[in-house]
Design a protein around this ligand. Structure first.
Ligand code: SAM
Length: 244
């Protein structure tokens, strides 16, 4: 059936491609890929030769419109370099426009680093907030972290090795010394998940930035800390109301 197929691909171990994903890739008329060189390796592993075109959300409107037009009578597959498209990856604008044009859209679920990391962490998994990459600049990063401080949820961030220690230190400063986890190289040879209070993790990685791909998770606040944050918010709201 023609339309847009959103296909998750492995985040490390190529064996994690699902049989349904492989079948849809095989019958694609075109694969819209974040980086065609990366996707070419996956296709070679599967023994497939399929036409590809590069796609980013900052690709121009015409490139997107052309793909949306093709979805009317062709199988257009969207993939990113690894994991689930749209999750800190391109695709949102393509899906938005395809939906606007009334195209058939389906998704083939599969690997996602955030979800895989939560399953490894031992942190509460009933409520979590996926926050993607924190801003690079210290002030913007601290402001973003402050927005999350009162949330009763496990927080999930994508991160890189060189930024890890600074991020853990900023998280400890903004959220307190909460329980946390650092998951690295999931589904690859050196997969690990290190857990502990934020301060300990920041100290551990300060002198030895780890290699590879990383997900940082921070557990929810203790109830008392949340109540204090709630009290602060009520105080601030009352002061504002009295000032008026
Ligand atoms: N769309 C992808 C997904 O579904 O997970 C995420 C793409 S984002 C550009 C890439 C980030 O995901 C990496 O910087 C890292 O934080 C995380 N990541 C990807 N693969 C990973 C892995 N095997 N282990 C740990 N983190 C990973």
């Amino acid at each position: 059936m023609p339309g847009l197929y959103i296909v998750a691909t492995p985040i490390g171990n190529l064996g994690d491609i699902t049989p349904r994903a492989a079948a849809v890739l095989a019958r694609a008329d075109v694969i819209a890929a974040e980086d065609t060189r990366v996707t070419a390796k996956l296709l070679a592993h599967l023994g497939l030769r399929v036409p590809m075109t590069p796609y980013h959300d900052h690709s121009d409107e015409r490139a997107r419109a052309a793909l949306v037009a093709r979805m009317a009578d062709e199988v257009v597959v969207l993939v990113s370099d690894a994991g689930t498209p749209l999750i800190s990856d391109p695709g949102y604008k393509l899906v938005r426009d395809a939906r606007g044009a009334g195209r058939a859209i389906t998704t083939l679920p599969g690997p996602c680093a955030a979800i895989a990391a939560i399953t490894l962490s031992g942190l509460p998994s009933d409520r979590f907030l996926f926050a993607g990459f924190l801003p690079n600049k210290a002030k913007a990063r601290a402001d973003t972290i402050a927005e999350f401080a009162a949330l009763r949820a496990t927080l999930v961030f994508y991160e890189s090795g060189p930024r890890l220690a600074a991020t853990l230190t900023a998280l400890a400063a903004g959220l307190g010394n909460r329980e946390a986890a650092v998951a690295r190289e999931i589904s690859k040879l050196y997969e690990e998940c290190v857990t502990g209070p934020l301060d300990d993790l920041a100290a551990r990685y300060a002198d030895a930035p780890p290699k590879g791909e990383i997900v940082v998770m921070v557990g929810p606040p203790q109830e008392q800390a949340v109540e204090a944050a709630d009290d602060d918010a009520i105080d601030a709201a009352l002061r504002e109301a009295l000032d008026e």
